[in-house]
Design a binder for this molecule. Structure first.
Ligand SMILES: [Mg+2]
Length: 344
């Protein structure tokens, strides 16, 4: 499914964007086991040579790229800590005339929320350069003229999605308001769902519960035409640096399991961002470079959309995992971090 260019243009006028679901990408993301390499299987073989490191003298990235799309966590910051040298490197890129955008699949914050995070880290990033999957969900609804239906949205997710829907005046229920609720599951008990819900958005939710799952199930299964929208399908996320935590793929999986429906995915690796940038900047895709720390979302997002790709080792992916024969997703380059853009 791909949205008509005229619609995209309409959305651009309001600084929004739209997604198209990529079944190919979604299938790849739903198979994270592909990337779970281990030291037992690591072999430094021919693949090593196929993924050049940016520090190689012959690497020539900057001359061939006009726009950089940066994933945030693991590229710009780790948790709440800015990665060393990032402000200076971003300044150098701007001075070199490069455009840049900052993309995150984390839907728990709105764009305004992320702007505050950039500010708190001392990075002065214009709001229009920030794309969160919470914004992408709202932009999708705007693109598809959901508001004209007069329906409301049921949210599994946190305040980021709520705030973005408020900005486009789309009514919503659920989300943080259903934290801690329990349906009546005694004899004859039932949960009354809202018949006016026309879309369910599922984003990462630290307070997901059976009440929310049942509400979403009833809306999707019983409300005619109710859409099922996922901000992303990330298998794991990094709530703390002590371990990996179940990501939004687990919340989306719960709703898939009880509805038998596939969601429309609006975050990476769906082509939302690329359709937007291609239209707005009239750019050759081959001169856009996706920079991220994950193979299964960031690099896949880039390769699926015809972009240049750089994997940085400053986040969750190790050099060992990248170069493992088990890994089938290869970036054009890899680097220790984005400071390497100016090291060669
Ligand atoms: Mg990341």
């Amino acid at each position: 499914m791909k949205f008509a260019r005229s619609l995209v243009t309409t959305v651009l006028a309001s600084a929004s964007c739209v997604s198209a679901f990529s079944p190919k990408a979604a299938r790849a993301v739903s198979s994270p086991a592909l990337f779970t390499s281990s030291s037992r299987t690591f072999k430094s073989t021919a693949l090593n040579a196929q993924v050049p490191k940016l520090s190689d003298p012959q690497s020539n990235l900057l001359d061939n790229v006009d726009v950089f799309i940066f994933d945030c966590d693991g590229v710009i910051w780790r948790g709440d800590s800015l990665i060393d040298g990032i402000p200076e490197t971003l300044d150098k890129l701007r001075a070199a005339g490069k455009k840049m955008f900052f993309v995150t699949n984390n839907s728990t914050k709105s764009r305004a929320g992320y702007k505050k995070k950039f500010d708190s880290l001392g990075l002065d990033i214009p709001p229009e350069e920030i794309f969160s999957s919470s914004f992408a969900a709202a932009a999708y609804l705007e693109q598809t003229k959901f508001k004209d239906t007069g329906k409301k949205v049921y949210i599994i997710g946190e305040v980021g999605i709520c705030d973005e829907l408020d900005l486009i005046d789309v009514p919503w229920i659920g989300g943080p308001n259903d934290k801690g609720k329990e349906p009546d599951m005694g004899p004859g008990g039932k949960l009354e769902h809202d018949k006016d819900v026309g879309a369910v958005i599922v984003g990462f939710d630290r307070h997901v519960n059976y009440y929310k799952i049942q509400s979403a199930q009833l809306c999707i299964n019983e409300n005619p035409g109710c859409e099922f929208i996922a901000t992303n399908l990330d298998a794991v996320t990094h709530l703390t640096d002590a371990q990996e935590w179940a990501g939004n793929g687990s919340m989306v999986g719960a709703i898939k399991g009880c509805t038998g429906k596939e969601p429309t995915v609006v975050g990476k690796p769906s082509p939302l961002m690329i359709d937007y940038l291609e239209e707005k900047l009239n750019l050759d895709k081959s001169r856009i470079c996706m920079v991220g720390d994950r193979l299964d979302t960031d690099v896949l997002f880039g390769t699926d959309n015809g972009l240049k790709t750089v994997l940085v080792l400053s986040g969750v992916t190790s050099e060992e995992k990248l170069l493992s024969e088990e890994n089938k997703i290869t970036p054009d380059f890899y680097a220790d971090d984005i400071n390497a853009f100016f090291d060669s």
